[in-house]
Design a binder for this molecule. Structure first.
Ligand SMILES: [Zn+2]
Length: 105
């Protein structure tokens, strides 16, 4: 009967130990640009929220919005919402582009 001895793990050449498959880090899908919001609380003439106003007291704009009340600072959707006294819902123009509409394309 013949006995064969195999080298223990400690005696293995280093090249073999380094031959393990290396998991490639999978590239993450590009995230959509995150919008930063700012809420404007509309108040009445006395600085209080007017309950008689039909519109919602909170108006959502982007932090980049240059003029909350100016229609030209908003895209057509935002302008329409502003005209109806509604919340512009973040449809503010940034460099002439509405990021909100851009996200929905
Ligand atoms: Zn828009």
């Amino acid at each position: 009967m013949t006995t064969t001895t195999f080298p223990s793990d400690a005696e293995r050449p280093v090249e073999q130990a380094a031959d393990l498959p290396v998991a490639e880090p999978s590239p993450l899908p590009p995230l959509p640009p995150r919008l930063r919001w700012r809420v404007v609380v509309r108040t009445g003439e006395k600085g209080k929220i007017d309950p008689s106003r039909p519109s919602r007291p909170l108006a959502w704009h982007l932090v980049s919005c240059t003029d909350n009340d100016s229609p030209v600072a908003h895209c057509p959707v935002g302008q329409r919402l502003l005209e109806s006294g509604d919340d512009p819902d973040g449809h503010c123009l940034l460099d002439g582009v509405c990021p909100r509409c851009d996200l929905q394309k």
